[in-house]
Design a protein around this ligand. Structure first.
Ligand SMILES: [Zn+2]
Ligand SMILES: [Zn+2]
Ligand SMILES: [Zn+2]
Length: 429
């Protein structure tokens, strides 16, 4: 129990060894401590990822409605919630719903078959959890190389899109983007979602501020409607060249035709709460939600041992094989085979959108310390700011794993709200 407490309930804590001051007798002693792994992925560490998710929630919520050091004036700035999608790389089984009921997956009048003799239509109504969801109707027709290359180019595509966004906002006033930056800033927080078909989507909150950031409003002509128009044009225009690779038709990475744009109503707490929760949920996922893709793949043999859905495994293999090509070296596709080629961050934000994970963690540490009754009293977790060295991974006593597990299970069953108190209470639980 002492070990689990010290590691904050982490599933795979890190052991550190170092010389510390014994607070009781004032002597320096060689000591070991357990610190939480701080992994953001729920598949790796449920406990640490929950804390990360709560921090991500705070980060997004503060960007939408202020607080945590962000000016509360941001509620009156134009804000959008945007989802950008990937184009199609071949038909996959999907769940289609209309007015609350499931519709057939891919009905095609007259049916027919593809070049490989497989039906091009599917009349099933796939329920949630159907293992077919996200699997291609024909794997031979699906453009795996194109899908991997698209994921790999997403960071550049977003970079281009954000430049286009400035350009589009400026264009309305016949300004240069440089002139625009002199009067306004566009801030955002984005998180990636891996769809079941293995392609990456972006969910973003975009906000317009004055040139000095959140405490200053943008010029009145940059309203939600103007921002909406600019995003639509930027998304349509943006594209990046993709090296020519045999076996795929993809030569330019651009966005899919489906995007979702929503104006956030100023001061609508329901809106900010729901969107913050939505974004925070994706911040803790691996590419397929399983622990198999939590870490980079080191060898072809290791790749073949992964217990993945057939479609996901084909994407991993495609990334691995393309990663052997010299001309694609800069994409580092083998190092990113576990993210299906995607080379960027899972969540990121522009500098002035909100506070940072570091600031939130720092505030939590201070809060926990100040909550201790007596000066010098510890919560079982010594300060680990000193010169510690890595001494391994995991609990010393095997029983601690089961204990950490059951504590997490128990706390998951308790009613829980991702409100302002949850990030502080979960550290001390
Ligand atoms: Zn952990
Ligand atoms: Zn289907
Ligand atoms: Zn086919």
């Amino acid at each position: 129990m002492a070990e689990v407490n010290q590691a904050g309930g982490c599933a795979h804590p890190i052991r550190l060894q170092g010389v510390v001051l014994d607070r009781v007798n004032g002597e320096l002693v060689d000591s070991g401590i357990l610190v939480p792994c701080k992994d953001r992925r729920a598949a790796v560490c449920p406990s640490c990822s929950r804390l990360y998710q709560a921090d991500a929630w705070q980060l997004v919520a503060a960007g939408i409605r202020g607080g945590k050091g962000v000016s509360p004036d941001v509620v009156d700035h134009p804000q959008l919630f945007v989802t950008l999608t990937a184009p199609s790389f071949g038909p996959v089984h999907s769940r289609s719903r209309l007015a609350g009921s499931d519709r057939p997956c891919r009905p095609r009048r007259g049916g027919g078959t593809c070049a490989h003799g497989l039906p091009v239509s599917c009349h099933r109504r796939h329920a949630e959890g159907d293992p077919l969801l996200g699997e291609p109707l024909c794997a031979a027709c699906f453009d795996y190389r194109g899908a991997v290359l698209w994921n790999a180019h997403l960071p550049r595509l977003w970079e281009r899109t954000s430049l286009e966004l400035y350009r589009e906002v400026a264009r309305v006033r016949h300004m240069s983007t440089r002139e625009l930056r002199g009067v306004a800033r566009l801030s955002y927080m984005k998180v990636v979602e891996f769809q079941r078909r293995g392609l990456v989507h972006l969910h973003l909150v975009i906000r317009a501020d004055g040139k000095d950031g959140p405490s200053v409003p943008p010029p009145p002509w940059i309203d939600a409607a103007a921002l909406m128009d600019a995003v639509t044009s930027a998304v349509t225009r943006a594209g990046v060249a993709v090296p020519v690779v045999s076996g795929t038709r993809l030569t330019r990475a651009s966005w899919g035709v489906e995007h979702d744009l929503r104006v956030l109503a100023p001061g609508d707490d329901g809106d900010s709460t729901a969107i913050a929760a939505y974004v925070a949920k994706y911040a803790t996922k691996t590419a397929d939600g399983s622990p198999w893709l939590a870490h980079p793949i080191r060898s072809a043999a290791q790749m073949e041992r992964l217990e993945l859905r057939p479609h996901i495994l084909r994407l991993v293999r495609a990334a691995w094989i393309l990663g052997q090509r010299k001309d694609l070296g800069s994409l580092r596709l083998q190092a990113h085979a576990h993210t299906l080629g995607y080379t960027g961050q899972f969540s990121s934000k522009s500098l002035r959108f909100s506070t940072t994970f570091g600031v939130l963690r720092g505030a939590r540490v201070l809060h926990v310390k100040s909550a201790l009754a007596e000066p010098g009293e510890t919560d079982g977790r010594p300060d680990y700011d000193g010169a510690w060295r890595y001494a391994g991974r995991g609990y010393v006593h095997a029983e601690a794993y089961r204990l950490a597990d059951s504590l997490f299970e128990a706390s998951s069953r308790a009613p829980r709200h991702l409100d302002t108190t949850s990030t502080t209470t979960s550290t001390s639980s």
